[in-house]
Design a protein around this ligand. Sequence first.
Ligand SMILES: O=C(O)CCCC[C@@H]1SC[C@@H]2NC(=O)N[C@@H]21
Length: 140
Amino acid sequence: MNISGVWYNELNSTMTIEQNGNVLTGTYQTGVGTAQGRYPLQGMINSSGDASQTTAWSVAWVNPSGNSHSTTAWCGQLQTNGNHQPVLIAMWLLTSETSPSQDWASTQIGQDVFTRQRPTDDMVSKALARGHFSHPVQKA
Ligand SMILES: O=C(O)CCCC[C@@H]1SC[C@@H]2NC(=O)N[C@@H]21
């Protein structure tokens, strides 16, 4: 399956992907954290034609609005959920610049689940309240 188009995670981060062969390009707007606006995204997908397809992409959090001095890489796979809808399930690593003595605290890990449906405000509030979300800081 071609994954081009718009994807949303449980916190309303919005990812727009264009797939050309195995190559992904696009933009990412996070629903949490302080990074404002859209950021370029680049990645790859193993478009095998199988039911599950593995993929990885990354975002450097720098755009004309600002620089968070951090970079995220996601690695996961495309699957189909119980409602026969496509889902992108991915683990992420977010590294923020640190001095060498703070390297131990430089990288966070989490999971994002992306679907084609934008979550409602209520769903986002519940995801934040549950605490099973991706990032400790909610966008102001
Ligand atoms: O705060 C930063 O340094 C930049 C924004 C990071 C947002 C992270 S990336 C992983 C997780 N998934 C999201 O959609 N947003 C957060």
